[in-house]
Design a protein around this ligand. Structure first.
Ligand code: 13P
Ligand code: SF4
Length: 347
């Protein structure tokens, strides 16, 4: 149940006339979200969406939302949506001085590092990531000591402190390209062991791995993937954070944006997105002619971001992300090296 913790929201929920006016005003959005939520839920979400959109205009804010955000956020209030690379690029280039980052903490930190003069708010500062918490800056320094002279590429799913002791960052959309841009025969790749193993299969560069895992993607099994294909005749699209035996079953492996682009090109009748559940919900709106088959797993960290928390962040300008200047300066170098490489959609 969504709490009605402001007078404005409580009035909209309680007053039938106000509610009917909102339902008429937002009818096109309501229709798009209709397949994804019962109408009673839509009536509860709507006053929050309306209040957030008004507050966003008043504050001149821009809302960035990752593909794993729930549909009412992704379709209801976000200005820019995409994978972690797209959000990092948008933070660096968007016009607004106030960014609300609907995603997990490392994404908000990256936005702040790339746009230090802007205010970056995260609606719930506790929205973490099992990959980011799997490694510290001291671990990276120890790896460097064990492998002198070998460059370090860190996945953006890391803390600012880890980025600061890395040579370059990458996302799942450009990992191979960044590794090869290091110009070295060996590269330390961290923290995701599965993404690292996937990269190693697509390059001649020798990859030294860390043992981090995504707690959402590591749960998928090859048997689930085969079941989706054999039982439903579905195409299988998998995120490279999945175990290798799952990736081996997939028709396509790529970042969240790459999966979207693949669907746009191929338009299969049935597909199983082997990734976070909200991604399939968001794409169901865009590709109504495609049936989306489970399996999927929810990311508990992404799910911490809700409409009431976005509203509170905007209202009180709360949970501004700060990064110590020396760490930010070094982390920015690693992020900018990644942005200079850009995007490669196929791995
Ligand atoms: P993308 O880089 O594809 O957005 O993935 C980020 C993430 O956290 C996946 O679990
Ligand atoms: Fe981190 Fe996995 Fe959640 Fe992505 S899905 S934010 S990698 S825990």
């Amino acid at each position: 149940m969504i709490p009605s913790d402001t007078p404005e929201i409580a009035a909209a929920l309680a007053h039938p006339q106000w509610r009917d006016e909102l339902l008429t005003e937002y009818a096109p959005l309501g229709e798009r979200l209709n397949p994804l939520m019962p109408c009673i839920e839509w009536q509860v979400q709507l006053p929050w969406i309306d209040a957030i959109l008004k507050l966003k205009r008043q504050r001149g804010a821009v809302i960035l939302a990752h593909s794993y955000q729930t549909p009412e956020i992704f379709h209801g209030v976000a200005d820019i949506t995409g994978d972690s690379l797209a959000l990092a690029q948008a933070a660096a280039t968007c016009e607004s001085d106030l960014i609300v980052l609907c995603g997990v903490h490392f994404m908000a930190e990256s936005a702040k590092i790339l746009a230090p003069h802007k205010t970056v708010l995260i609606p719930d500062p506790e929205a973490g990531c099992s990959l980011a918490s799997s490694i510290t800056a001291s671990d990276v320094l120890e790896l460097r000591r064990q492998h002198p002279g070998v460059p370090v590429v860190s996945y953006v799913n890391t803390s600012a402190a880890v980025k600061a002791v890395s040579d370059a960052c990458c996302t799942s959309a450009n990992a191979v390209q960044v590794v090869e841009a290091m110009g070295s025969e060996r590269v330390i790749f961290l923290p995701d062991a599965y993404l690292g193993a996937h990269v190693a299969k697509h390059t001649q560069v020798e990859i030294i791995l860390w043992h981090g895992r995504c707690e959402v993607h590591e749960k998928f099994t090859a048997a689930q993937a085969r079941h989706a294909r054999e039982r439903f005749d579905a195409k299988l699209l998998a995120h490279p954070e999945c175990p290798p035996e799952v990736l081996a079953e997939a028709d396509f492996v790529g970042s969240t944006s790459a999966m979207t682009n693949w669907l746009d090109r191929e338009r299969p009748p049935r597909v199983a997105l082997i990734t976070e559940c909200s991604m399939a919900d968001n794409l169901r709106v865009r590709f109504p002619e495609t049936s989306f088959i489970k399996p999927c797993n929810l990311c508990p960290h992404m799910q911490k971001i809700t409409l009431p928390k976005i509203h509170a962040a905007l209202l009180h300008r709360q949970h501004a992300v700060e990064v110590p200047p020396e760490i930010a300066r070094k982390a920015k170098r690693a992020l900018q090296r990644m942005l200079a490489v850009g995007r490669r959609e196929t791995v």
